[in-house]
Design a protein around this ligand. Sequence first.
Ligand code: ATP
Length: 611
Amino acid sequence: MKTGLLFKYLRPYTGRLLFNVFLRTLSAIFTIVLIVSVAPLLYILFDAGAGAETGTQATGGIANAGIEILESWVNVSMVRFGKPVTLLILSSCLTGAYFMKNLCAYMGLYLFSPIRNRMVAQMRNDLFLKFMNLPLSYYAKQQKGDLISRITNNTQDIDNQMLNQVQEVLVDIVTFVFLVATLFFISVPLSLFVLVLLPVIGMATSFISRSLKRKSRRLQNLNGQISAQVEESLEGMKTIRNYNTTRYAVNKFHVDNNLYYKLNCRLLHRINLSSPVSEVLGTIAIVAILIIGGYLILSEHSLKPEAFITYLLAMIQILPSSKNITTAYFTWQSGKGSLARVKEVFDADEVIVQKPDAKELKSFEHEIALEDVSFSYGEKQTLDHIGLRVEKGKFVALVGPSGGGKSTIVNLIPRFYDPVGGRVTIDGKDIAECRIRDLRDLSALVSQDTVLFNDTLYNNILVGNPGATREEVEHAAKMADAHDFIMQCENGYDSFIGDSGTKLSGGQRQRVSIARALLKKAPILLFDEATSALDTEAENRIMEAIRIEGKKNSQTIISVAHRLSSIRQADEIIVIEDGRIVERGTHEHLYALDGLYHKLCQMQNTANSES
Ligand code: ATP
């Protein structure tokens, strides 16, 4: 049940919600008081005592008795204080009741508004946490913009279309119940007729709601698609301009945006239709009541005219309440589309989960091992029974043709994915049995796609180790060959780098990312083509500095490289092709083998000499 998610979030506020219901009930009671007080007022104004002589005296009914009690109070008051003072007293009571009705309604709202906001904030917090914990494989299937839309638009819709409706409709439901009770109090036969009529009105309007939920879901999905398109186009702005595909991007956007507008119009038409339909049906009901009520007064003499006026006032009051309830129901239905999209994220499997009895993994002392590891992203096998041991302090390079599975191996070590066969161990402990946080503390990864934040250079490096000193940050930057260019920036380390580091060159971005990883001082460094945007000379210089520093600190380095000159010094080079290890050894050994590695080296030498 999708609404179960909503109730889960509302549960902590049960006490406040009940108090809110109590206040709303009070507000509804005051509404009833207002309606019922009108009869004695009319009695005074039109001197209804004359009615007795005109033969409109009713013969029975609880309501008639109730109204008679009120009228007798009014009579007593008129005798004691006179008509004007009685009118003044009654008017003051009416004003007081109005004031109390609105005060209670306001207090109810005052209590509910923070609940709404806190609930949505909590839902967003939980969604964001879920985003942070979902496996990378989830993101391969989802569009970023669509996910952003779920955490922003859809949670907002849940607030507007569901919680807001709960807030609004609560008073209407309570008023509705009290008013129906009042109707019965005044006239049972008339109310039995109304009781038959109301479900008929309900059924007549329910046809509108049928497709509402489906339409809203489609609309929300489309909204997510539009957000994804905007996000993609903004990110790929250079490519769009360079390939002159602006028109294509704009047209694509227009198509979806127009569809959104049309669907939204259709949805709003449906929602808007609910109000006039229920109003017309309500008016028909009032006319029918007028006819039956008139009959009860004039022919049967079982209803007093002022009681009937009170009845009509209550009925007129019921109509907006029932209309609001209907509208709230429709809007609630359309909000369910958003709730479903949020729930979908909550229900997504966190494939990479920590076992309840997960072990500590505070240090890395001996070796990382991939034991007979197989892996696939989908149908096709990406890694095929890989066996690999990397001793602490060693520098191991993964090389080979594109698509062979090198990055996949690197991603298995911090457990971004779990192998489908075999296991990955650190010091003999299966990493799937260890605490994820401990495991990720042990390694620092720099991938080909640099991830920088719209902040200063200093803060971007500091992400690697928020407790580091300025000296440590600068040392890491020097190691990554970033210090010099940073010092040339306008504000040095305090220079802002723009959205995703757009103010930096590709090579500079990579240097900052490397500095960040080095600052972490993790015992395992994972480089996945981390220097691909640098020139050969800079790449060799940085890799050599890292290698030397790594040896000094007994850091283990696993580096994926395409430019083979940067990994010549590696302790072991692993050649991967089609998910299998085809060669392994030092540069000299592999070169002498005259196999795939030799061929790759020769191809690069030829390319270098040609350029
Ligand atoms: P390159 O040198 O080009 O970076 P690689 O050797 O690092 O390649 P991987 O990135 O590990 O290769 O990819 C291995 C295979 O897995 C490729 O065929 C690739 O298409 C596929 N692959 C990689 N990531 C995903 C993913 N998220 N979803 C599905 N398939 C993937």
